[in-house]
Design a protein around this ligand. Structure first.
Ligand code: NCD
Length: 349
């Protein structure tokens, strides 16, 4: 059912590719209104990213009973318009680990099905006492609209084909854990000399976009790899430190970490792909990995489609950090929730 009105963000399929892929121009933005919000990974300074990584580690190591007092009885709403396993569960477990009460509102079991707008759902949650909202939405820009409407801290858990800031933070934590001598505090040289490949369906991936916004700020080189249908030439044009290289083997030879992406079938909107050709050119297989990148770290935000973008042997193999990424999701989301709900000084209205 259609639930957006003309004041709400464009649907992902209606958004021009160029607008989706280009880095937005630098203009003074009133967003985020709330200092606890996390809408775009680009809103965080490197000091803030360092602080979040440090807090993730501290919270992970804290005694569970002490940790439980940090957000005791604070109310956190999870508002999910798209399905999710890792992001939703880890946000929920993170909130509960800090003592918060959580409630899940999903588009399939709420008044959203009856046509309620995002704005009205947000205002309803606020009236029910929600102090922060974690939002996953199929429209790019939806978290900005929700923050504008509610003035609550909003945490972007993935908006359309746009951004997924906590995924980029947990990917960074995973990469840093495996990179000797590259610990926090972060600076613009932390990942100097380090190349991260992002491979597959870049066009539809909010994970790719948030990583492209974060990793080059730490000095990393980002190589994008995929077929033209899923990686238009425009993708790298306005992102400093990001280049397109279509030869997967050549990409692997240069990379210390490779982030594999699923083909987002739900967003293809009629696009036809030759899957056999795709697998021949872009599937990460055991022989390909051992021939070209025997030391590289293999990441994937999940859900993985075994036998499509990655073989089962690689997903379960010694170079895979996929389940470590999942674990890092809880720690990062604890830090992000603590930031969202800690005492607020001066909220812009
Ligand atoms: C991704 C997402 O939803 O953006 N998964 C995730 O959050 N861990 C990637 C995907 O759906 O392929």
């Amino acid at each position: 059912m259609r639930t957006l009105n003309e004041h709400e963000p464009m649907s992902p399929t209606a958004t021009p590719v160029r607008r989706q892929l280009a880095t937005p121009p630098v203009v003074a933005s009133p967003f985020p209104f709330h200092p606890g919000s996390l809408l775009s990974v680009g809103d965080l300074s490197l000091d803030e990213v360092s602080h979040l990584l440090a807090r993730a580690t501290a919270l992970e190591n804290e005694d569970p009973l002490d940790r439980n007092r940090i957000l005791a009885k604070r109310r956190v709403a999870l508002l999910f318009y798209e399905s999710s396993t890792r992001t939703r569960t880890s946000f929920e477990l993170a909130a509960k680990a800090l003592g918060a009460d959580t409630t899940l509102v999903s588009n399939l079991s709420s008044s959203i099905e009856k046509g309620e707008t995002l704005k009205d759902t947000g205002l309803t949650l606020r009236s029910l006492g929600a102090e922060a909202i974690i939002l996953r939405h199929n429209s790019s820009g939806a978290p900005w609209l929700l923050e504008d409407a509610t003035r609550l801290p909003v945490l972007n858990a993935g908006d359309g084909m746009h951004e997924h800031p906590t995924q980029a933070l947990l990917d960074l934590r995973t990469i840093l854990t495996h990179s000797q001598g590259r610990e926090t505090p972060l600076n613009s040289r932390t990942l100097a000399g380090f190349t991260v490949a992002i491979v597959g369906d870049i066009l539809h991936s909010r994970v790719a976009r948030s990583n492209m916004l974060l990793l080059p700020r730490l000095g990393a080189r980002v190589l994008l790899c995929g077929p033209k249908e899923l990686l238009p030439d425009v993708a790298a044009q306005t992102c400093p430190g990001v280049v397109i290289e279509r030869d997967f083997d050549a990409v692997l030879q240069q990379s210390q970490a490779v982030i594999m992406l699923r083909i987002q079938a739900e967003r293809l909107a009629g696009l036809q792909l030759d899957l056999e050709a795709y697998k021949a050119n872009y599937q990460l297989t055991g022989p390909r990995l051992s021939a070209h990148a025997p030391e590289a770290l293999v990441l994937h935000p999940g859900p993985i489609i075994r036998g499509m973008e990655i073989t089962a042997g690689v997903a379960d193999g010694p170079q895979s950090a996929i389940l470590e990424q999942v674990r890092n999701g809880v720690a990062i989301r604890m830090a992000v929730l603590e930031r969202a709900l800690k005492p607020v000084q001066g909220v812009r209205s």
